[in-house]
Ligand binder design. Sequence first.
Ligand code: AR6
Length: 169
Amino acid sequence: MTTITLVQGDITRQSVDAIVNAANSSLLGGGGVDGAIHRRGGPEILADCRRLRASHYGRGLATGRAVATTAGDLDARWVIHTVGPVYSATEDRSELLASCYRESLRVADELGARTVAFPAVSAGIYGWPMDDAARIAVETVRAVPTSAQEVRFVLFDERAHEAFARQVG
Ligand code: AR6
């Protein structure tokens, strides 16, 4: 059984096996949660990302995919980088957002992670409406078979926390 938990706070302060990063396809860092993870996790994470780019993802990590690196100085064993879709009002990209959660949990299972923390992927700079992002996140995690004991959504502000709480019920 997987337990879904909600926390309002900073994902870089969580003590879990794997922290999921809302990255971009370059894997070279950015703003938002990505910037926070690289800042607090230190340069080892970026060094690992550069190695992955050189070996596998020269053209970038595709939207909806996920890949793991060291967690550097974070209180976790791995960071799992996933690339969320940019929100579009005219094209339904929900399946790509669901794929971020599915693929991240698949990678987490491969690693043997028992506790996995997610931010609200795509719901910041990528513009996804929070209620819909929360619905897709919770529905997908509930539907995916995973050996993780706990999936923790770490929401940065009260609005996001409330949106996820409405979905978890
Ligand atoms: N802990 C938890 N949640 C956070 C934190 C944090 N420390 N910081 C921000 N959030 P975003 P995206 C929330 O923009 O929309 C980057 O430049 C934030 O409030 O980080 O997937 C990447 O490199 C929001 O609710 O990710 C990409 O280019 C959620 O995390 C692009 O942004 C996601 O916001 C990805 O955009």
